[in-house]
Design a protein around this ligand. Structure first.
Ligand code: FE
Length: 238
């Protein structure tokens, strides 16, 4: 598998490119609108055809490149059914598997940061968006966030993956690029080392985070896939 991790510094967002060496089909996870020219350059340089852009959720901190990529190179947008982005081409639910060349992508519904959050499991890697971060997790005080639900998503879904599964988050603010399930189970300051649901909820309640910088423009834009658009989602249920 061809694999790249891209970093957008303004919002500290990671975007992932996964490509099949044989069919040259590719996907991008969590694109950023300002980086679309760069993604297209990279796809061309690697001789890859973009089939899907996958969102781990409707972002509040940056605008997705999904709509622009769809218009320019014909990729299809994928998002969870509960994410509130009916403009996507495919609306997926827990357990759905997408096949792109020899890449198998399994959808894991991991709500808590938002109610439409998904993680994507590809072989020994899991792309966790703003659910599980490296030594942290996404905030739960906006967009139907719920700390208890996030605790259940992480402990019952992500922490039950094999220990050596590589964790690729949606963001990192300290320069970390990858972790493992084993490392997060042991060391995650918010819910590692068998912290209880109550302890986790208490930690999240006390974070006192500032209002997200770009939420007022990013949310409505992302609910229309990065651009004003029409309804089009076809639902695939798992
Ligand atoms: Fe987010």
């Amino acid at each position: 598998m061809i694999f790249r991790q891209f970093f957008e510094p303004v919002t500290s967002t990671y975007t992932y490119l996964l490509g099949c060496e044989y069919t040259r089909k590719a996907i991008l996870i969590d694109t950023v609108a300002s980086e679309v020219d760069f993604y297209i350059e990279q796809l061309e340089a690697l001789d890859l055809n973009l089939v899907y852009t996958l969102e781990t959720h409707v972002h509040a901190d940056h605008i997705t490149g999904a709509g622009d990529l769809r218009d320019r190179i014909g990729s299809k947008g994928v998002v969870h059914r509960d994410a509130g982005a009916m403009c996507a081409d495919l609306l997926v639910t827990d357990g759905v598997e997408l096949q792109v060349g020899d890449i198998e992508i399994k959808v894991l519904h991991t709500p808590g940061h938002t109610n439409g959050c998904t993680s994507y499991l590809v072989d020994d890697r899991v792309f966790t968006g703003d659910c599980l971060l490296i030594n942290g997790c996404g905030r739960t005080d906006f967009q139907q966030g719920d700390s208890g639900v996030m605790y259940d998503s992480i402990t019952q879904k992500l922490f039950t993956l094999p220990d050596d599964t590589l964790v690729y988050p949606g963001h990192d603010y300290k320069g970390m690029t990858v972790s493992t399930i084993k490392q997060e189970k042991a060391l995650n300051a918010r819910l590692g080392n068998n912290k209880s649901r109550e302890e986790f909820i208490d930690i999240m309640n006390k974070l006192d985070l500032p209002y997200p910088k770009f939420i007022d423009e990013a949310l409505p834009a992302n609910q229309s896939c990065g651009q004003p658009d029409k309804d089009r989602g076809a639902i695939i249920q798992g």
